[in-house]
Write a protein that binds this ligand. Structure first.
Ligand SMILES: [Zn+2]
Ligand SMILES: [Zn+2]
Length: 188
């Protein structure tokens, strides 16, 4: 991923100072798990840097149009991502005692770079991943592919689903203890 580095200047010199960071990334694609996604319009971000005394707080939103493949029918699927960015960059590495709240729970933070910059790349990328669904669907009620013939059930009804249902019904009837009675002929 392209690096997003913000330079901290005098506008952020004092606690309470804020600096908007708005930008666009021409990132073409990314992947999550087994999924590959393309970003036809890249990534837009709209952040606010705030001098919070001990460090710089980066908050705001990331937006992207994402294109992938539907997990059920394998047709193209696209969705919009709006991810929340929330990252804290400390000016100095804190004493261990200061940031360990709990014995095993460490506070999540990054550090301001030696050259007085904050690297927003990871914060943006995690916001994108966080809002990317694990199951990608072309639409919520996608019917998927027929397990028998592979037909796209959103486009056609090949009839296999009804056939499978009928066979199941038949099997259920045959398994019933009353099934034998059906063929029983009473002697006259
Ligand atoms: Zn689908
Ligand atoms: Zn079928």
């Amino acid at each position: 991923m392209e690096q997003v580095i913000a330079v901290l200047d005098e506008r952020l010199a004092n606690p309470g100072d804020t600096l908007p960071v708005v930008g666009h990334l021409d990132e073409p694609s990314y992947s999550l798990g087994d999924h590959d996604f393309t970003l036809p319009q890249g990534i837009d971000y709209d952040l606010m840097l705030t001098n919070a005394g001990e460090g710089i707080l980066a908050t705001g939103m990331l937006r992207a149009r994402v294109e992938g493949v539907c997990d059920r029918c394998l047709e193209p699927a696209s969705f919009d991502v709006a991810g929340e960015v929330d990252e804290y960059y400390l000016f100095e590495e804190p004493d261990e005692a200061a940031y360990v709240d709990d014995e095993d729970e460490e506070m999540d933070f990054s550090l301001v770079g030696d050259d007085n910059t904050v690297d927003l790349t990871d914060a943006l990328f995690s916001a994108l991943l966080m809002e990317t669904p694990y199951v990608v669907l072309c639409r919520e009620d996608c019917k998927g592919l027929c397990p028998v013939c592979g037909a796209n059930l959103n486009e056609e009804d090949c009839g296999h689903a009804a056939q499978i249902e009928a066979e199941r019904e038949q099997a259920r009837l045959e398994a019933s203890p009353f099934a034998a009675l059906k063929d029983l002929k009473l002697d006259e």
